[in-house]
Write a protein that binds this ligand. Structure first.
Ligand code: UDH
Ligand code: MN
Length: 351
């Protein structure tokens, strides 16, 4: 009996020990599990947060892309677009420019489907660095204008400018007045859009390199620095004729251009004098990038060399504050909007 009792108590103790061990094992496992499940969310968070963020961003981007333009407001879209780069990616460098085969306006219209009425353009995928008005003084040079539009529209679009083309036509057959037409172009373009920069271009000049960007710089810019007709060099250091650009501020600082140069010559030298009188200098592209071609032509009727020009340019410093954009007067006779240009016919009066 004693033996049986002894055996039983041994078995009992062993069982209790096993139960205790089991309990201990379960407790340890439980504690371990609870501690582990505490740290698990932290681990997941660290891993998942970026993914969640990325997902959200992706969603944002895709709503932007897919939402119709009418829903998102214009300024919001613009804020998310970046400013166009200093070196527009589609520029090709040197260009072949020739005038042997005539072009038609219909061809130019076809080749430039992105243009808006008035010869207006804005880059699609970035915000243009500058809003530029192209101003062309004009009378009876339709063949030249076709070439200008044919070559310039593709170049200006590759240059990623927010631009418009203004052809300012002198009405009647009085003596031609280039600088006054340029002043009028400045005034009329500003009535239409918040232009910050003005490029003044003769109708017969085409750049031979699209890296010669038709925009404004820290100083008034002379763009047609090496013309074929001058043997691809400046005729003289102070030369400011052909194609130039001035910001609104630079233009106003010199009181715009003179209105009193009737006939050929001198007005570009007067503009140079105004710029230097106001302590500014001339910015220029290098001679290679600044190469350009002028369409060969005879002297126009009513644009003979102005005999007064030497006397006038000798007095720019005294006349510039009274004769300029602050004294400009003219009448608009007609406005024509085309896909390729805005033509403004004006009465500029007479000498
Ligand atoms: N312009 C016109 N119509 C005119 C006169 C001038 O549109 O009747 C405009 C046009 O934009 C032209 C600019 O004014 O490009 C300057 O005039 P221009 O081209 O006659 O000036 P340029 O410096 O000198 O080319 C011309 C001299 C002609 C010499 C001919 C010798 N072969
Ligand atoms: Mn010319």
């Amino acid at each position: 009996m004693r033996d049986a009792n002894g055996n039983f108590s041994l078995l009992h103790r062993t069982c209790s020990l096993v139960v205790l061990l089991c309990f201990l094992h379960i407790s340890v496992t439980l504690i371990y599990y609870v501690r582990n499940s505490d740290s698990r969310p932290t681990f997941l968070q660290n891993q998942q947060t970026p993914q969640i963020h990325r997902k959200l961003n992706e969603q944002k981007v895709s709503t932007e892309e897919t939402s119709p333009p009418s829903v998102s407001n214009g300024t919001e879209t613009e804020r998310k677009m970046e400013t166009c780069p200093d070196n527009p990616p589609k520029l090709v460098g040197p260009l072949r420019v020739e005038f042997s085969d005539p072009v038609t306006l219909d061809l130019v219209r076809e080749q430039n489907p992105a243009l808006q009425p008035g010869g207006r353009f804005k880059p699609e995928d970035c915000i243009a660095q500058q809003k530029v008005a192209m101003i062309i003084p004009f009378r009876s040079r339709d063949e030249h204008l076709k070439f200008w539009l044919y070559y310039m529209h593709p170049i200006l679009q590759r240059q990623q400018l927010d631009y418009g083309v203004y052809v300012i036509i002198q009405d009647g057959d009085e003596t031609f007045n280039r600088a006054k037409l340029l002043n009028i172009g400045y005034a009329e373009a500003l009535k239409e859009y918040d232009y910050q920069c003005f490029v003044f271009s003769d109708v017969d000049l085409i750049p031979m390199d699209d890296r010669n960007i038709y925009k404004c710089f820290n100083q008034p810019r002379h763009l047609s620095v090496s013309m074929d007709k001058f043997g691809f060099r400046l005729p003289y250091t102070q030369y400011f004729g052909g194609v130039s650009s001035l910001s609104k501020e630079q233009f106003l600082k010199i009181n715009g251009f003179p209105n009193k140069y009737w006939g050929w010559g001198g007005e570009d030298d007067d503009i140079f004098n105004r710029i230097s009188a106001k302590g500014m200098s001339i910015s220029r592209p290098d001679a290679l990038i600044g190469r350009c071609r002028m369409i060969r032509h005879d002297r126009d009727k009513q644009n003979d060399p102005n005999p007064q020009r030497f006397d006038r340019i000798a007095h720019t410093r005294h006349t510039m504050s009274k004769d300029g954009i602050n004294s400009l007067s003219y009448k608009v006779v007609n406005v024509e909007k085309d896909q390729l240009f805005t033509k403004i016919t004006v009465n500029v009066g007479k000498p």
